[in-house]
Design a protein around this ligand. Structure first.
Ligand code: NAD
Length: 315
């Protein structure tokens, strides 16, 4: 039986249609568009693609996004100065620093940057204040990918309460916040990671299985309980023809695309899982579009909250 495909592109379009009148209303009331300041450091190809997609989506939505691009050899001080300028800019409602940082800045650079972002403008939801508020179930700005996964489940009428959710991956940007959101929605949550013993057996007990690992096609049929919902968060670029053939199938249009371009993007879930899962989010077209839609939603939310604060301040 083939799994029901969870269409992230359609869900993202629906979210963006819901945001449109609110963005128009904000723009009329504030006399300017919601503003998003994006910071990119270096020239990593994938980061440039992500940033370009974010800028395009913002322009399509009527959100005024600006890009500040620093060279790969920028110092941490330069990045922090830029963040502080965006924090202080009244027309900037959201500040996003594209990760990862160049390795030369050191392993703690990203955390220092998150520490510097004004929590009221933290549209990624990564500052310590917003992480704390998320844990306390009173967050305004929730990390975009986990928030998008919850929207996808909700809009696909997949119940979360009382279900066993297994999250593979414990990163600060996906695994941990997602586990917290699922817990707040009354799932029984198990978080697995690289040191989990018997990963396959644990995964196969899930009603909702989420793969946020970064390993192409790692989740096989044997990881999945028949009928389970499987969410594939992975975005992995593969260039090895043998791996691409295995993961895309050598007769598929996507494999033909791989042969033409020499690379393809695949998820963490093997295509054979479609034979056993009840519902499955594809890559591409699953979680990815929702991440960007939730970034737009967070930017608008930050803008609306700042507008209310301004009105209260003027009284
Ligand atoms: P990460 O590298 O920070 O974390 C990966 C996690 O997987 C770690 O917690 C690690 O313990 C776990 N892991 C690694 N190998 C494992 C193994 N063999 N068995 C069990 N667990 C293992 O990655 P991340 O930032 O959380 O991203 C995960 C994936 O999701 C990546 O492919 C990334 O590109 C993708 N991603 C997609 C979106 C989106 O919008 N769709 C957003 C963010 C990340």
């Amino acid at each position: 039986m083939a799994a029901r495909l969870l269409d992230g592109t359609a869900a993202a379009l629906a979210i963006r249609a819901e945001l449109a009148p609110r963005i128009a209303d904000f723009t009329r009331r504030a006399g300017r568009q919601p503003g998003l300041g994006i910071v990119l450091v270096g020239d990593k190809a994938d980061s440039q693609i992500y940033v370009t997609n974010k800028l395009k989506s913002a322009a399509d939505e009527g959100i005024g996004a600006t890009l500040s691009h620093l060279p790969a050899d920028a110092s941490l001080d330069q990045v922090l100065t830029l963040v502080r300028m965006l924090n202080a800019d009244p027309a900037t409602d959201g500040v996003l620093v594209q990760s990862p940082m160049p390795e030369a800045l050191g392993s703690t650079a990203m955390q220092s940057i998150f520490d510097a972002i004004d929590p009221a403008k933290d549209v990624d939801g990564f500052t310590p204040v917003n992480v704390g508020r998320l844990v306390q179930n009173r967050a305004d700005l929730v990390p975009c990918t986990p928030a998008g996964i919850i929207e996808l489940l909700k809009r696909s009428a997949i119940d979360i309460a009382g279900k066993h959710a297994v999250v593979i991956g414990r990163s600060d940007i996906v695994g941990k916040p997602l586990a917290t959101l699922l817990l707040h929605r009354h799932a029984t949550v198990t978080v697995c990671h690289s040191r989990t013993v018997d990963l396959q057996e644990v995964a196969a007990t899930a009603d909702i299985l989420i793969a946020a690992i970064g390993r192409p096609g790692m989740v096989r049929k044997s990881f999945v309980k028949p009928g389970a919902t499987v969410i594939d968060v992975g975005i992995n670029r593969v260039t090895d023809p043998a791996v691409a053939r295995e993961l895309l199938g050598d007769r598929s249009a996507r494999y033909e695309g791989f042969v033409k371009r020499g690379s393809a993007v695949v998820g963490d879930v093997h295509r054979e899982v479609a034979d056993i899962a009840g519902a499955l989010s594809p890559v591409p077209g699953g979680v990815g579009p929702l991440t960007i839609a939730m970034l737009m939603a967070n930017t608008l939310r930050a803008a609306e909250m700042r507008l209310i604060d301004t009105i209260v301040d003027r009284r």
